[in-house]
Design a protein around this ligand. Structure first.
Ligand SMILES: C[S@@+](CC[C@H](N)C(=O)[O-])C[C@H]1O[C@@H](n2cnc3c(N)ncnc32)[C@H](O)[C@@H]1O
Length: 274
């Protein structure tokens, strides 16, 4: 079935989103009581599954704080966030002023609303920080950024079954309980030297992280807790995931430093356990 008719879109724009490969993830994701996502990103897998409970983690505190606010405040937050999308805030000057404000604010409902504004008004929906941890994405120059009201409402509803935690994957991989199923979507290994996607957050994600993640996935799989992982298909990943059941397929991706060039790349879904 086409992804256009069947699936819910996340309310955030997010690099590495899995919307287009949801049918393949659905085919391979084992059943269980609770879904754990150590790299939740925009939450597109969470939003399109039906587990009794969810443990959703990410290392990005701005993202997890926003999710907690929406979970708790619902329409009160959504109405407040909508005020930043009334058109009057869509100027270069106001974008940079709100970005500067965001970088000095403590966690609050308003900070969450500005994070959403920056995601939809900033260049390409990027989420990028400088070495001091300041959000530094330039203004996106969109005519009328979309306010994702229905996507936010859907998120609020199913977030009632979720627990959100801000942590590195080591901690969420160690939080496994009987009946859990894991879906791990880490920053991918670079396809080659010039196409690194591995800079989602200022900490980066290096090869030793990829190897530790594979070790932890194998450990859980042996204990009867299935772990499904996404990544690029290359020799390094085949070697690193050699204990898993590997399924590979082609996807269309924009992967160019110079302009928006569409390329076909191979990805894997690697399953430990089951
Ligand atoms: C590929 S994205 C996830 C995309 C998500 N599946 C989706 O469809 O939107 C990777 C996520 O991993 C998070 N991340 C990066 N390093 C991490 C780490 N060491 N531990 C936990 N999360 C991390 C990033 O903040 C980012 O949200």
């Amino acid at each position: 079935m086409s992804t256009k008719t069947k699936y819910v879109r996340p309310f955030l724009k997010w690099a590495g989103g899995k919307y287009r490969i949801l049918p393949k993830i659905h085919q391979r994701l084992p059943k269980g009581k609770r879904l754990v996502e150590p790299f939740v990103g925009s939450g597109v897998v969470f939003l399109n599954t039906h587990f009794d409970a969810y443990l959703l983690a990410d290392i990005n505190p701005d993202l997890i704080d926003l999710y907690k606010v929406i979970q708790k405040e619902g329409t009160a937050f959504i109405d407040h966030a909508a005020s930043y999308f009334d058109g009057s805030h869509n100027t270069e000057e106001l974008y940079y002023s709100l970005r500067a404000q965001f970088n000095t604010m403590p966690c609050s409902e308003d900070k969450g609303a500005i994070f959403l504004y920056l995601n939809r008004h900033g260049y390409n929906g990027l989420c990028r920080y400088n070495k001091s941890g300041e959000f530094n994405v330039p203004y996106g120059r969109y005519v009328k950024p979309y306010f994702p009201r229905k996507e936010l409402l859907h998120f609020h509803q199913i977030a009632q079954r979720a627990e959100f935690i801000c942590c590195g994957f080591e901690q969420s991989m160690d939080a496994a309980q009987e009946g859990d199923v894991y879906y791990c979507d880490p920053p991918y290994v670079p396809l080659n030297v010039t196409s690194s996607f591995a800079t989602y957050y200022s900490d980066g994600f290096c090869y030793s992280n990829q190897e530790l993640l594979a070790q932890k996935a194998e450990f859980l799989g042996k204990k009867g807790i299935p772990v499904l992982l996404s990544n690029h298909l290359n020799d390094y990943i085949v070697k690193t995931y050699h204990q898993a059941d590997i399924y590979s397929f082609e996807v269309q991706r924009f992967i160019s430093c110079k302009g928006e060039q569409r390329n076909s790349v191979k990805e894997v879904l690697a399953l430990y356990g089951k």
